[in-house]
Write a protein that binds this ligand. Structure first.
Ligand code: ZN
Ligand code: ZN
Length: 314
C-alpha cells in the first residue's frame, strides 16, 4: 500500500521534472530562434534603403569589434592590468557605437540605439563573436533585433606574455614581431618551482597572432616546415591552450578551444626542462626534451612532439 503510494509519488515527481525540463528547453529554443530570426531579418526588410543602412551597420561591427579588442590588448602593453576583458571590451565597443550611431543619424537620418549583449569565444580560436542589440527607427520603419558579428583576432598582439609577466615587475620587451623575455621567464619559472628554469633565460616568442598554414600539423617534421613555422612565428590551434579573450585575462589555459605558440629557448643548460608550448610554460609546467631536428631551441614533451610530427634525440 505504502510502496504503491511511493511509486505514484515518484511517478508524479518524475513527470513534473520532465515537464519542467522540456518547458525550459522550449523557452531556450524560442529565445534562440527569436535572436536568430531577428539577425537574419535584416535581409528580408522591404525598404531597400532601410535594409541597406542596417546591413552596412552590421558589416561595420566586424572592424569595430576588432578595434575594441586591440584597444584592450594595448592596456597590457602599456603596463595596465586586466580583470574582466569581456566586460571591458563591451564598454569600449559601446562607446564606439555611440559615435557610430550619431554618425548614422547625420548621414542617413536613422535613430539607432545599441547595446553590446555579449563578447564570446567561439569554436574557432581565431574569431571572437559579438552580439549587439539594435533598435533602429527611420520614418515609419522599425527594426528591433540582435546583430551578430565575428571579428578576427589574427594580426593582433598576443596578450598572454604581458598579462603573465607585467612590465612593472618583469623585464619583458618587444621589437619587430618578436617578444624578448630577457630574465623575466626564467624568473617566473623559478618562482613556480620549475627545474632548469635557466634554459628560458633570453627566450623569445612571436608577438602577433598568425595562424599556421601548415595544416595538418603532423607535417611540421617534413623538410624545412618547422624551420619556416618558427621563422614566421605561427600560432597553432590547441584544445589545451587558451583562447584570445582568456589570454587577455592572464589565463594560460581555459575551457574554450584555444591556441598555442612555441617559446624558443636560446640558453639551453640541460636537455630537459619545461615543454615550450606556451600553455605548458605558463600553466601546466610539465617537462619536455630537446628535439632531434637540428633546431636547438625547442623543448617538447612526447604528446606535443607527436602532434607536430617531430622526433626526440635518442
Ligand atoms: Zn606551425
Ligand atoms: Zn577562453
Amino acid at each position: 500500500m505504502y510502496s504503491k503510494l511511493d511509486n505514484q509519488g515518484n511517478l508524479i515527481t518524475g513527470t513534473t521534472v520532465i515537464l519542467v525540463v522540456s518547458l525550459f528547453l522550449i523557452v531556450i529554443f524560442v529565445i534562440n530562434s527569436i535572436n536568430y530570426i531577428e539577425s537574419e531579418n535584416i535581409d528580408s526588410i522591404e525598404s531597400d534603403n532601410f535594409r541597406y543602412i542596417l546591413q552596412d551597420y552590421r558589416s561595420n561591427l566586424e572592424q569595430l569589434g576588432r578595434d575594441s579588442i586591440a584597444e584592450e590588448t594595448e592596456k597590457l602593453y602599456h603596463a595596465h592590468f586586466i580583470h574582466d576583458s569581456r566586460g571591458d571590451i563591451k564598454k569600449i565597443l559601446n562607446n564606439k557605437l555611440k559615435d557610430v550611431n550619431a554618425e548614422y543619424k547625420k548621414k542617413y537620418g536613422v535613430d539607432i540605439r545599441s547595446e553590446v549583449i555579449s563578447v564570446e569565444s567561439t569554436d574557432s580560436p581565431w574569431k571572437v563573436l559579438f552580439k549587439v542589440r539594435i533598435k533602429a527607427d527611420k520614418d515609419s520603419q522599425q527594426f528591433d533585433g540582435v546583430l551578430e558579428s565575428n571579428s578576427s583576432i589574427e594580426g593582433l598582439k598576443d596578450p598572454l606574455p604581458y598579462a603573465k609577466l607585467p612590465k612593472l615587475r618583469y623585464n619583458i620587451q618587444h621589437e619587430g614581431d618578436t617578444i624578448y623575455y630577457f630574465q623575466s621567464l626564467s624568473q617566473y619559472l623559478r618562482q613556480n618551482n620549475v627545474e632548469s628554469y635557466n634554459s628560458y633565460l633570453l627566450a623569445t616568442a612571436p608577438l602577433t597572432i598568425k595562424k599556421c598554414p601548415y595544416d595538418p600539423y603532423i607535417h611540421h617534421g617534413d623538410g624545412d616546415t618547422l624551420k619556416e613555422c618558427l621563422k614566421r612565428g605561427y600560432f597553432h590551434e590547441s584544445a589545451d591552450g587558451s583562447c584570445y579573450l582568456c589570454r587577455l585575462d592572464g589565463k594560460g589555459v581555459c575551457p574554450h578551444y584555444g591556441m598555442e605558440v612555441f617559446i624558443q629557448t636560446h640558453t639551453l643548460s640541460d636537455n630537459e626542462t619545461v615543454s615550450c608550448s606556451d600553455h605548458v610554460v605558463f600553466h601546466d609546467h610539465y617537462p619536455g626534451r630537446k628535439l632531434n631536428s637540428g633546431i636547438n631551441s625547442l623543448i617538447l614533451d612526447d604528446s606535443h612532439a607527436k602532434k607536430y610530427g617531430l622526433v626526440h634525440d635518442g
